[in-house]
Design a protein around this ligand. Structure first.
Ligand code: A3P
Length: 346
């Protein structure tokens, strides 16, 4: 795909009104400029998205590209490692040697690293040239990191399809993973408290309310999901659920293998499932994002990047009012669509 019409964006990027942005920045202390809402669905992103929108939308996609996409905290890391291992002939040695963050440039992470925050991270890491180098790498725009890769590219993104290159599925492949939004919001709340790039300081109920009002990064949640769901029959799209991986991981491995035209024996699949277990992930430095703690971008205390790894844990965090509100919100958003979560009965 050529990067023609480099300046054309078929959607509008609007600043969030200053009063609302100020309120949000009191809760999300890692953002110091403000936020934008993008396109007709008003996807909510940090202000710095303006700098990257064109590069991302016009990024040339290659036939060997594999995107792993999701709304955050839906099992992206789990899916990334699964996909990478299946695509790379179960190369455990390489998987151990090269961290997931290097194997998968995160397309839009740079927009979450505010320049003032980056300066702070630089200052804190100034005595370690190796850490400074790592900091530059993780905060470099994903499009730049990807342009420098000669061979097959594995790409992590939380952007919805409408903000990605329009011909992405004509050229590359995508594996999209979705998860019960109640588990997503609990998991994301913990991560937002520990990631200083987001730096959330409020309580869970306040957080939940921003999430369902679509005033939180990468929301609206259901539009994100539905855009991918609509493409689920496209030969270059594989749509997975976290709950599916939780319930029957070997079956998910078989689906990914079929999608990537690979065949593995039952024994190989069993070994891969052990490698992909949450306990194995917790102690696997190649996938557990320890690098974020080492750089001081993430502070420990909220369970880390790999946290509980269970489906259905949201019940412990929702009071009765929130549980009912969530049920209404989910059914309102699913009305008139054929989207269903496999673990929900309606
Ligand atoms: P919890 O916070 O509910 O535990 P993402 O990678 O999209 O950010 O998603 C993170 C969520 O996936 C976290 O959920 C994390 O614990 C869970 N997860 C990561 N690796 C996992 C694995 N190997 N098995 C099960 N869950 C996993």
């Amino acid at each position: 795909m050529d990067a023609k019409n480099n300046n054309v964006l078929p959607f509008e990027i609007r600043d969030v009104e200053p009063e609302l942005a100020d309120e949000l920045m009191k809760y999300f202390t890692g953002e110091l400029t403000g936020f934008v809402q993008v396109g007709p669905k008003r996807y909510f992103l940090p202000n710095k998205y303006k700098q990257e929108a064109r590069n991302i939308y016009n990024m040339p996609v290659r036939p060997t590209d594999i995107f792993v996409a999701s709304y955050p905290r839906s099992g992206t890391t789990w899916t990334q490692e699964l996909v990478w291992m299946v695509a790379n002939d179960l190369d455990y040695e390489k998987s151990d040697a090269i961290p997931l963050t290097e194997r998968y440039p995160f397309l839009e992470f740079s927009i979450f690293v505010h320049p003032i925050m980056k300066e702070r991270f630089r200052e804190e890491n100034k005595h370690s040239p190796q850490k400074l180098k790592l900091l530059e790498l993780v905060s470099q725009p994903g499009t730049e990191q990807l342009a420098a890769i000669a061979g097959a590219r594995f790409i992590k993104t939380h952007l919805p399809l409408s903000l990605l290159p329009p011909a992405l599925l004509d050229h590359g492949k995508m594996v999209y993973v979705a998860r019960d939004p109640r588990d997503v919001v609990v998991s994301f709340y913990h991560l937002n408290r520990s990631m200083r790039t987001q730096g959330y300081v409020g309580d869970f109920k306040t957080y939940w309310n921003y999430f369902i009002r679509d005033l939180h990064h990468w929301t609206p949640y259901f539009d994100h999901l539905k855009e991918a769901w609509e493409k689920r029959h496209h030969p270059n799209m594989l749509f997975l659920f976290y709950e599916e991986l939780s319930k029957d991981l070997p079956a998910a491995v078989r689906r990914v293998s079929a999608f990537l035209n690979k065949r593995y024996s039952e024994e190989q699949i069993q070994r891969l499932c052990r490698h992909l277990s949450v306990d194995s992930f917790k102690s696997n430095k190649s996938v557990n994002y320890d690098v974020m703690s080492e750089l001081g971008i993430m502070v420990k205390g909220e369970g880390g990047f790999i946290r509980k790894g269970k489906a259905g844990g949201w019940r412990e965090h929702f009071d009765e009012e929130m549980a009912q509100q969530a049920e209404r919100w989910i059914s309102d958003n699913l009305r008139g669509t054929d989207f269903r979560f496999p673990h929900m009965d309606k």
